[in-house]
Design a protein around this ligand. Structure first.
Ligand SMILES: NC(=O)c1ccc[n+]([C@@H]2O[C@H](COP(=O)([O-])OP(=O)(O)OC[C@H]3O[C@@H](n4cnc5c(N)ncnc54)[C@H](O)[C@@H]3O)[C@@H](O)[C@H]2O)c1
Ligand SMILES: [Zn+2]
Length: 359
């Protein structure tokens, strides 16, 4: 899948596709720093041998697992290691791992020497369909997630589906929430594929999952290319903000749960909520709203949330990074593949939508 923009790049999707990594680096590459989690050595080493086989000099840079890598301390450690290795602009960072690792690798690549090339090799479904594509990079601060970062597009992305074989099923299912999101906001064929074969959708070896990943990446590529910096959003053109569907409440659920719930699970609850909000606001028909619950439940994703937590969620949404000033903003749906913006909905409407999610 090609991602157009200031510097177009390819997302390669398939099995045993690591051979395609070296050609993505760029002709003048002299060395590659492979950033990967300590706890996940196999993909890092596989990338190392693929690059060595292609005659590229490499150094492995292990970092803490998952979210623990997204700190300024780990970023500073990598800046130091790149400096000691004498890295120049002709060198490339390769991020290998889940979305947390590729976010860190992208951030370090964006900032070192004001920007060196980065190529991502995502090993989770969420990484493949979301984090590694689109050029957003970030680390966390004590005050919240993804508060410091920049836009830095990769020079390429390799999605080797073989990595998904070892991914816990719950993580595959959670990643599918983002795929389903792409179905609702842009590509309803995704919804047909999931509804027609929900089991195959969660099976890494099935062709169905490969097609779902390709379609989700194609949606992200299209949306991102039209709005590289998430800036064009108007009532007429939702732009990149469409990818935020289900995320306003979803982020609040994650915060309230202190991140013990998977992102995709929180987004699943958030999509049911915002579909209900769309319906109650008179924007969406009953059937399409109900379809959200049906499809997400078929995959085993959560579609309800314990009662009594609305006041806390509402408070957390007030300070959401994506809100502008004090006004709450939601991406709603008007029909399949037709997202729109709903600003500052009435409080009783929000509560009514939430009551439909309580259970
Ligand atoms: N930049 C973006 O646009 C963007 C978009 C969405 C999410 N994100 C970020 O992505 C992160 C979440 O991504 P994630 O869910 O991939 O989390 P993650 O990177 O924390 O990975 C989850 C866990 O799975 C393990 N893992 C990775 N690959 C594996 C494999 N093949 N087999 C077995 N275990 C494996 C990891 O080591 C980790 O413990 C968050 O930090 C989020 O902010 C970024
Ligand atoms: Zn998301």
């Amino acid at each position: 899948v090609r991602v157009d923009g200031e510097s177009p790049y390819d997302v390669v999707i398939g099995r045993s596709v690591l051979d395609e990594l070296a050609p993505l680096l760029g002709g003048d590459t002299t060395r590659v720093a492979i950033v990967h989690p300590h706890s996940l050595p196999a993909p890092g080493h596989a990338v190392e041998s693929a690059l060595r086989g292609a005659g590229v000099r490499t150094c492995l840079m292990a970092v803490p697992d998952g979210e623990n890598a997204k700190t300024v301390a780990v970023a500073a450690d990598l800046w130091g290691r790149l400096g000691r290795a004498g890295f120049t602009r002709a060198d490339v960072v390769v991020g290998v791992g889940g979305g947390a690792t590729t976010d860190l690798a992208g951030f370090v690549a964006a900032t070192y020497l004001r920007g060196v090339r980065v190529v991502h090799v995502p090993t989770t479904l969420l990484g493949m369909v979301d984090a590694a594509v689109g050029g957003k990079t970030a680390i966390n601060t004590g005050e919240g997630k993804n508060l410091v970062g920049s836009f830095h597009e990769p020079a390429g992305v390799i999605c080797d589906l073989g990595w998904l074989d070892s991914l816990p099923r719950a993580d595959v299912v959670a990643g599918l929430a983002e795929v389903v999101k792409c179905g609702f906001v842009a590509d309803p064929v995704i919804l047909d594929l999931v509804a027609g074969a929900p089991d195959a959708a969660t099976e890494p070896r099935a062709d169905a999952l490969r097609e779902l990943i390709e379609r989700a990446v194609a949606v992200k590529a299209r949306v991102v290319a039209s709005d590289l910096r998430e800036s064009t959003s108007t009532t007429a053109d939702v732009g990149r903000e469409a990818l935020n569907y289900g995320h306003t409440l979803g982020h609040a659920v994650e915060r309230v749960e202190e991140y013990r719930i998977r992102h995709g699970e929180a987004v699943s609850i958030g999509m049911v909520f915002v579909a209900e909000l769309s319906r109650l606001a008179g924007r969406l028909d009953d059937g399409t709203a109900a379809l959200h619950r049906e499809i997400l439940q078929q995959l085993g994703l959560p579609t309800s949330y314990p009662p009594g937590r609305w006041p806390r969620l509402r408070e957390v949404m007030r300070v959401d990074k994506k809100s502008r000033g004090d006004r709450l903003r939601f991406v709603v749906l008007e029909r399949l593949a037709r997202p729109a913006i709903l600003e500052a909905p009435a409080e009783d409407l929000l509560l009514a939508a939430y009551l439909a999610v309580e259970g």
